[in-house]
Ligand binder design. Structure first.
Ligand code: AVI
Length: 327
């Protein structure tokens, strides 16, 4: 009963926060809604489909590094620590990380894996995946926003490796990425590590195709934001009167997604809030930054981190960078 009540309260608070965000974002010029709101149940399912797309190359690059470099990463870290706590931020369902953890296992006397994710559902799959692959690893799942949950992470006398994979860092505008790195840096001990996956700049057409796939799954993913507002906030968006418009700027390395209104129209929400769209007015919904090396160095410098090691996929378009706090 308590569990159900807590779950319902959590859902109501999340919906209130979503509504506040939407009201603020759609009253701005230009209009803007943050990409974290893509991920309701339908958005999660569409993202899983995106991950299978030929054009969306990122998961294959990440898997190449996990398969071919985890051994090396484990070895590099075990030169400093024999007992390790691995904390994964935005851990997801663990289907990729289980391979990394499995290859780490022989290198440490003891290994603990702490999975942090906003989704209870993802965490329950994560636990099964990791436990089936690495039985000796002590498993802890923590549900919640990792800015909050990380603050309450129990301290450990073991070495700590924080993982932030999936190129998720690309969804932060650069000042926020620096702020996020500073936050992690402030929580790390001198001998701890932070391993981050970066999608590097590459041919602009390849990047654009990854966010404008031929089957239109990314379009559905983006427009699901409007459907979510209809479902949760009682809005009356007609999604056929909006289009998905991604573009990539090779000067900045930023792939950016927009939702464009195909007519002048007014959309109403159940509480009386309404918003007018001009013909071809756009709502900004996502940044997916592709990194130059200088960007990574800038983030490291500004957050007082050193780059300890780098691991690449086969075509060197994707990298895991191992950071340590500056002494
Ligand atoms: C989660 N994130 C790294 C994805 C990306 O590539 O920015 C989200 C995504 N958006 C559209 N396609 C995939």
């Amino acid at each position: 009963m308590d569990f159900l009540w807590n779950k319902t309260c959590k859902k109501v608070i999340e919906m209130q926060e979503f509504f506040e965000h939407v009201k603020k974002g759609l009253s701005k010029s230009p209009k803007k809604i943050a990409s974290r709101y893509f991920y309701d149940a339908k958005g999660d399912a569409l993202f899983q489909q995106i991950m299978q797309l030929e054009e969306y190359y990122l998961p294959r690059c990440e898997m190449q590094i996990i398969e071919n470099k985890s051994e090396q990463i484990g070895q590099d870290i075990s030169a400093v620590h024999s007992n390790l706590q691995v904390v994964e931020l935005g851990a997801g369902d663990g289907t990729k990380t289980k391979h990394l953890i499995k290859q780490f296992e022989p290198h440490f006397d003891s290994l603990e894996y702490v999975a942090m994710d906003i989704s209870d559902n993802a965490l329950s799959i994560n636990k099964k995946e990791i436990s089936s692959e690495a039985e000796q690893v002590k498993y802890i799942g923590v549900a919640g926003n990792y800015f909050d949950t990380y603050k309450s992470l129990p301290s450990t006398s073991d070495g700590r490796l924080v993982l932030f994979l999936g190129a998720n860092i690309g969804n932060y505008p650069t000042p926020d990425a620096i702020g996020f790195f500073r936050f992690i840096q402030s929580k790390l001990k001198e001998e701890d590590y932070f391993l981050v996956a970066f999608d590097l700049v590459k041919h602009p057409r390849k990047i654009l195709a990854a966010y404008d796939d031929s089957q239109g799954i990314t379009k559905q993913f983006n427009l699901n934001l409007l459907e979510r507002m209809n479902r949760e906030l009682g809005a009356n968006f007609n999604i056929h009167q909006f289009d998905h418009f991604p573009f990539y700027d090779p000067l900045t390395g930023i792939a950016s997604s927009q939702i464009v209104s195909l007519k002048k129209q007014t959309v109403e929400f159940s509480d009386g809030f309404s918003v007018c769209f001009d013909l071809f007015e756009a709502v900004h919904t996502e940044v997916s930054k592709k990194f130059f090396w200088s960007d990574i160095e800038e983030i490291a410098n500004k957050s007082k981190m050193d780059i300890a090691q780098t691991y690449y996929n086969a075509n060197k378009g994707y990298t895991f960078v191992l950071f340590r706090p500056q002494g």
